[in-house]
Design a protein. Structure first.
Length: 136
């Protein structure tokens, strides 16, 4: 998919506004931080799914390496990149990702996938954050 194209509820590509931040309930959506495309599952809640089931879901999607990570309240990771696509499913607490100067907060049950090479920073919420990470 070319940058700046996104899929909506009809699953047909459409052009995204320059600085769209979205968090839609439902199936796979596309999230933009300015010119950077992030694939996300938005505010899809994983209620009723165990950590093991979530991990299996990531494996089914091709995330071969998974692990649970926990950060202290207000922990901060300065701008960095990852060599592989990473999925983050928030199990407890919250995490705010900042990409291209724009921030989005993810809470329990939310998922956000960050493409390899995308410069981003993260800050955990006041209760910290526990999350499942998948790496392709």
């Amino acid at each position: 998919m070319p940058p700046k194209a996104m899929r909506g509820s009809s699953d047909q590509p459409r052009m995204a506004p320059q600085s769209l931040l979205c968090s839609q309930v439902g199936p796979r959506r596309w999230l933009f931080f300015s010119d950077t495309l992030l694939e996300t599952y938005g505010a899809l809640r994983f209620s009723g799914m165990t950590e093991r089931e979530l991990e299996q879901q990531l494996h089914t999607e091709g995330f071969h390496r998974t692990h649970v990570w926990q950060d202290a309240p207000h922990a901060h990771y300065p701008a960095h990149t990852h060599a592989a696509l990473t999925a983050h499913i928030i199990l407890e607490g919250e995490m705010t990702l900042t990409i291209a100067g724009e921030s989005k907060t993810y809470r329990t049950g939310d998922r956000c996938d960050v493409p390899s090479g995308t410069v981003h920073a993260a800050r955990m919420g006041p209760q910290g954050c526990r999350y499942l990470i998948g790496e392709k």
